[in-house]
Design a protein around this ligand. Structure first.
Ligand code: ZN
Length: 187
């Protein structure tokens, strides 16, 4: 009996992520799992893709992004998945979309304006609230999230032109502390 898959990717140049040299082969997928890799000439599938001249590889991790807002405003993540990126690390450079208790007051200071220059997306009073929204509307990519120190400064201090007082620093530390449940299920 012929082997049956949901999806067959044929004639790909496969880089399997193990460090081994690339090789030509076919990939059989059942459900959301790779079931077999090799020469699957006799196998059949509901959907077959000819990947001649193309590389099949594990998804890339984009380790430096500012996708905090993009994951919510354009969750299909086309700029990333179209390049093979399946995981993003957001909140780099000290800027994250949350926490911002009370929302953004006044103009969005640089470089936070990189995430949203109008300020309306800074609407999550806690980091946990942001994670919950992502969980309710998951983006197409996996993500790892950082809490930005600049966001904490803006959320805590009236005047950014001076050093933080002890009280500000304490407030920053309290806001940074994650809840145990601030985790998204892996995709
Ligand atoms: Zn950056």
């Amino acid at each position: 009996m012929k082997e049956q898959f949901d999806l067959l990717i044929r004639n790909a140049t496969i880089i399997d992520g193990s460090g081994a040299a690339r090789f030509d082969g076919d990939i059989g997928v059942r459900g959301d799992r790779i079931a077999k890799i090799g020469r699957l000439d006799r196998a059949k599938a509901d959907v077959e893709v000819d990947a001649s001249g193309k590389v099949a590889a594990p998804g890339f991790i984009d380790a430096h992004t500012h996708d905090d807002r993009l994951m919510l405003s354009a969750g299909e993540m086309a700029p990333k998945v179209s390049q093979g990126v399946t995981t993003v690390v957001a909140g780099n450079c000290g800027i994250s979309l949350s926490p911002m208790p009370g929302g953004m007051k006044g103009a969005v200071p640089s470089p936070l304006d990189l995430l949203d220059n109008e300020g309306k997306w800074f609407r999550f009073p806690t980091f946990h609230a942001y994670v919950e929204e992502l969980g309710a509307h998951p983006a197409a990519t996996n993500c790892a999230l950082l809490v930005g120190h600049m966001t904490l400064r803006v959320a805590t201090m009236d005047n950014l032109d001076r050093p933080a007082t002890a009280t500000c620093t304490t407030n920053c530390r309290v806001r940074r502390r994650p809840k145990k449940s601030s985790r998204l299920p892996a995709r």
